[in-house]
Every structure is written in structure tokens, then in C-alpha cells.
Design a protein around this ligand. Structure first.
Ligand SMILES: [Ca+2]
Length: 523
């Protein structure tokens, strides 16, 4: 962008931040955009204002802390993501709110801990939402997309949704003008019909455009390319008005697929191929923004919904996907916004995926939802203001609906747990002992300092007690907890047949199925 334009953008931003968004409405007519689905008690949609930034959130699936070069990967070549970091800000202490998909995504969309909005488990067990689940993100929650729409933004969700596949829970019903993608994980499919059942009971992976299925069992080798193309198309069509593109990439969630241009091309197998194609995708999106000359005024965030499985890299963190150790919930985060974010910096302040909603809303000139949220405005950290600190006095690590750990400053306390608590597979896990780690000197959580710092244990335990009362814990609904959305007769998206609880749990093709563990769905 020309220097004069850049100065104008910075000035416009300053006006937004300092004056509470006194701006000049453009001639843009947004009345042609679809009405908000929950119009009954919604305020009117405002005209877009000059200076409102665009937002692009690239949310990878199961990408680990050290899966990209600028966070330490020695295997994967990620020149585009590394360049993005060199031009932007790297957050080393960025957290998602759960070590698996659905709850983490609920937090991005609502700015809340998953248990506050009751999205920490499936209705059929201690898992992420399953195909045909009767549960989903409650339409009464105010999503980040709905808040931005009120400020005149065009909104798109392009990729994997996974917070409810019933029509009332899907993206078009939750504030997104446009949706293209799959409603849940790419492994949630069956190879064919179940024995003795008609073909139409087969669980094919459906690909949606808005509320219509446009393909069954799409060629997953093309998913990264197609999602990228869809995002670029949306950006081009909406380049003259503020937009929000939520791009939850399907990869590198298993099964891993890359297109012919990347498959077999890296030096380290398919997982690296997949990461390198995601890197290509980031480069495509950033170069599109540059070509359209909207680069300067677009905040692009690159991050992940949880840590990597054993296929990826989380070092120097311990643990990975599904775990409460840092490797499960601390993920790489890069923010790039040339007009506002200083280039080439690193921040070690604690921020979370819940912060996107309040921060974007503020930058767009909007107001927060009436219902309580847990995320914080982190714009001063993003802008690199001198002395800016984390807004979190304490951060809570939940696994399913169990409060498992608390972080405050550099201290992380793993709570002593009831031995009857369940794991992901429904099996009792035995006793967990209390442990205290100093993450600044012991990022791998190896040296238990609980005996040496009883006062820290006491302080963090008190925070846990507050969270238990407010947000909740296992079998203990918190005072500030809200209900998830429910439907009485859920249907599988690819059939009109009711799904019974055993259809998925007892499905031998399910990645969760293990005949040695007698899994039983939990109400
Ligand atoms: Ca995930």
C-alpha cells in the first residue's frame, strides 16, 4: 500500500480506538445482506464505517506448537507462515480452552469457556460432538460473527464447523452470511452402509455450501486447495466493505491428505506435506490481500484449535491433543496487521482464543454481548503498547467438563483429582496428584514444586474453587453456566433417519471405537 494510504489507515484506526468509533459511514448499502437469524431482539445492523479492519482467522485443526518453522519445527518447511511472523507478532503463550475440537471452537465463537456454554462434551459421551448429535452451540448465544454483522461486516465460515450439525446450529444460523465446508471432523464417516441397512444409512462426509449438501465424501486431497479458493473468492467479492473470514482448516486432522502438488513432496511424509500445503494456503491469502490493496487494514491470525497428536510436534511442551499438559492447549499464534501490529515481535503474555470476540468487537466499533463472557480485549498487547500485560490473573484448563489445572503468572497447578473421574474413552483413570510447575523455567512440566511453594498452591487452589462455583466442574454445574442448544429429533445430515446413540459409539469404523473398552454413552 502507498505510504499516504498507510498513514490514513493508521489515523482511521486511531480514531476508532480513541473515540469509541466515531467514523463516517460509507455509501455502502448493506441492506442486501441476509437478515440476522435471531432478529427478534437484535439491534439494527449498522452501516460499515471507514477504518474498520477486516478479520481473517486461519484456525488449523490439531496443528501442534512446533509444527511450523517460526515455532521451532525442524521438519516442516513453512516459509509463508514464517514470513507472516516476521511481518507480525508471535504469541508464545496463546491458549485454546480445550485439547479437542468442539469445545475449543465454541470458545472462539462465543468468547467463553466451553463449560460456560455447555459445549465441553457430546450428548452421547465424553467426546466432541458426533454426527447427528442432538446438541449444538445454543442459537441464543451471541457469536463473534453476529456481533460483527451488527457493525456491517460480511461474514464467512469456510472449513470445519463442529459445534452442531443440526440446521439451527449451523453457520448460517449463527451469524455467517456464507458457509462452505464440512460440519464435523474429516474422520467422521463410515466406509459403507452398516450390515443389513440400506445405503442411505451410510455416514458419508457431507460437504456443504450454505445450508445445502453439495457433495458426499468429497475428495479430501483437494480440501485445503478448495477452502483456500473459497476464502479468496469471498475476500475478492467483499473487498470494498469490512469482512470477517473464519477459515477453520480441516487439516492437519487425521486422516491426512494433500493435493498432488504437495503429496510426497516434503522430506518427511504426508503429515509434513499437509503442513506445507497449509503454508502455501497462508501465502495465497496474504498475497490476495496485498493484490487487493487491503493488506494494511486486515488483521490475519494463524493458529490451531488444539495441540498435535503424535504425528505432529509440540516440543518443548509435554503432552499433546487430548491432554491438559501444555502441548494439548498451548498452540502457535501469529497475528499480522501491518497498519497496527509491530513487525517481527514476540509476546510472552498469556492470551486465549476467547479473546478474539471481545477484541474484534471493539476494533469494529461494536458492543459486547449482554451475557457474560470470559475473553478479554487484548488490543493493547497486539499493538505492542509499552507495559501492556496479560489481562488474565488466572486461566483455567478444562478437559471435558473437568477442571484440571490453573495458570497464574508463570505458575501452573495441576489439581488433585477424584479417582472416579472419567477419561475421553469413558474409562476411570485413577487418582491424579496435585503438582505445581514453574512454566518459565520448566516449560515441559517436569519438576513438581508443590512442596516448596505451599502459598502458591493455596492461591491457585482458591482460584480453582472460584471457577468451580462460577463455570462449574464435573457433576457440578456452575452458577454462571448456560445451556447448550438441544433438538428433540436430530437427523444425520446425510439422511433423514433418526440417529440412535449406538449408531456412532458402537460403530467399528469410528476412530473412537475400541471393543476392549466397553464404552457406554453418557446422558
Ligand atoms: Ca482439533
Amino acid at each position: 500500500m502507498m505510504k499516504s494510504n498507510r498513514i490514513k489507515t493508521v489515523l482511521a484506526l486511531a480514531v476508532l480506538v480513541l473515540t469509541g468509533f466515531i467514523g463516517t459511514a460509507t455509501a455502502e448499502d448493506v441492506s442486501a445482506q441476509p437478515a440476522l437469524p435471531k432478529s427478534a431482539n437484535q439491534p439494527a445492523v449498522k452501516m460499515p464505517m471507514r477504518g474498520q479492519p477486516n478479520f481473517v482467522v486461519i484456525f488449523c485443526d490439531d496443528l501442534g506448537y512446533a509444527d511450523v518453522g517460526c515455532f521451532g519445527s525442524k521438519r516442516n518447511k513453512t516459509p509463508q507462515i514464517d514470513k507472516m511472523a516476521a511481518e507480525g507478532l508471535r504469541f508464545t503463550d496463546f491458549y485454546v480452552t480445550a485439547p479437542v475440537c468442539s469445545p475449543s471452537r465454541s470458545s472462539l465463537l462465543t468468547g467463553c469457556y466451553p463449560l460456560r456454554v455447555n459445549m465441553s462434551r457430546s450428548s452421547r459421551g465424553p467426546y466432541v460432538l458426533l454426527p447427528g448429535d442432538n446438541k449444538g452451540l445454543n442459537p441464543s448465544e451471541t457469536t463473534i460473527a453476529e456481533l460483527l454483522k451488527l457493525q456491517g461486516y460480511s461474514t464467512a465460515c469456510i472449513g470445519k464447523w463442529h459445534v452442531g450439525d443440526q440446521p439451527e446450529f449451523m453457520p448460517n444460523s449463527q451469524g455467517f452470511d456464507y458457509y462452505y465446508g464440512i460440519p464435523y471432523s474429516n474422520d467422521m464417516k463410515r466406509k459403507g452402509p452398516r450390515k443389513g441397512q440400506a445405503d442411505n444409512r451410510g455416514m458419508h462426509l457431507p460437504l456443504f455450501r450454505n445450508d445445502k449438501i453439495i457433495e458426499l465424501s468429497p475428495d479430501q486431497r483437494l480440501l485445503t486447495q478448495n477452502l483456500t479458493a473459497e476464502a479468496i473468492k469471498f475476500i475478492k467479492v467483499n473487498k470494498d466493505k469490512p469482512f470477517f473470514v473464519y477459515l477453520p482448516q480441516v487439516m492437519p486432522h487425521s486422516p491426512h491428505y494433500a493435493s498432488a502438488a504437495f503429496s510426497g513432496k516434503s522430506e518427511h511424509g504426508i503429515y509434513s506435506d499437509v503442513i506445507e500445503e497449509l503454508d502455501w494456503s497462508v501465502g495465497q491469502i496474504l498475497s490476495t490481500l496485498r493484490e487487493l490493496k487491503i493488506d494494511d487494514n486486515t488483521l490475519v491470525i494463524f493458529t490451531s484449535d488444539n495441540g498435535a497428536t503424535s504425528r505432529g510436534e509440540n516440543h518443548p511442551l509435554s503432552g499433546g491433543k487430548g491432554k491438559i499438559l501444555e502441548g494439548g492447549m498451548r498452540v502457535p499464534c501469529i497475528m499480522r496487521w501491518p497498519a497496527a501490529i509491530p513487525a517481527g515481535k514476540t509476546s510472552c503474555e498469556l492470551i486465549t482464543v476467547m479473546d478474539f470476540l471481545p477484541t474484534f468487537t471493539k476494533l469494529a466499533g461494536g458492543e459486547l454481548p449482554k451475557a457474560r463472557i470470559d475473553g478479554k480485549d487484548i488490543s493493547s498487547l497486539m499493538f505492542g503498547r509499552a507495559g501492556a500485560k496479560t489481562p488474565y490473573k488466572k486461566f483455567f484448563y478444562y478437559r471435558i467438563d473437568q477442571l484440571r489445572a490453573v495458570r497464574s503468572g508463570d505458575w501452573k497447578l495441576h489439581l488433585a483429582l477424584d479417582p472416579t473421574l472419567e477419561g475421553w474413552d469413558g474409562v476411570r483413570k485413577g487418582k491424579c496428584d496435585l503438582a505445581l510447575y514453574d512454566l518459565r523455567t520448566d516449560i515441559g512440566e517436569k519438576i513438581n514444586l508443590a512442596d516448596k511453594h505451599p502459598e502458591v498452591v493455596q492461591r491457585l487452589s482458591a482460584y480453582a474453587a472460584e471457577a468451580r462455583k462460577d463455570i462449574g466442574d464435573w457433576q457440578l454445574p456452575g452458577r454462571g453456566q448456560r445451556k447448550a442448544g438441544r433438538v428433540d429429533n436430530p437427523v444425520h445430515p446425510t439422511t433423514t433417519t433418526d440417529i440412535k446413540s449406538t449408531d456412532w459409539i458402537g460403530n467399528p469404523d469410528s476412530p473412537h471405537y475400541d471393543p476392549r473398552k466397553k464404552m457406554r454413552p453418557k446422558k
